[in-house]
Structures are given as structure tokens and as C-alpha cells.
Design a binder for this molecule. Structure first.
Ligand code: ZN
Length: 69
């Protein structure tokens, strides 16, 4: 299981279970919310890049041929 763990201080620790259909990022071009599906998540895990530096274009932008660069 993957979960998000965020420490808000000594007293409070928030732990959220994460399921594969709950990953989102924002499109770096138009800012639209992009839902990460299982395929994209696998790509993300396999590509050896960090989550922060990773961005997926939304369907619209990627279909218009914009690159992520
Ligand atoms: Zn977009």
C-alpha cells in the first residue's frame, strides 16, 4: 500500500491511504487537472524521476502535440 505521510508537528501526524485512482497532477501548460491512471503511474515509477519534477500534459495539450519541455 502506498500512503501519504505528512508530519504537521509533534502531536499530529496525518496518514492518508492512497489508491491508484487518486493521483492527480496539473497540466504544466494549461493548469488543468490531470488524472493519473495506472499506466501513467507505472511510467512514473519506472522512469526514475521524482514526483515533484514530473508533469503530465492533459489530453488536450498532448493531442495538440505540445511537448513537456
Ligand atoms: Zn493542458
Amino acid at each position: 500500500m502506498i500512503y501519504i505521510k505528512k508530519d504537521y508537528g509533534s502531536a499530529l501526524e496525518l496518514r492518508i491511504d492512497v489508491y491508484e485512482d487518486e493521483f492527480y497532477c496539473t497540466c504544466p501548460r494549461c493548469g488543468k487537472e490531470v488524472h493519473l491512471d495506472e499506466k501513467m503511474l507505472k511510467e512514473l515509477v519506472n522512469c526514475d524521476c521524482d514526483f515533484v519534477g514530473t508533469a503530465f500534459l492533459c489530453n488536450e495539450c498532448s493531442s495538440q502535440g505540445y511537448s513537456e519541455r
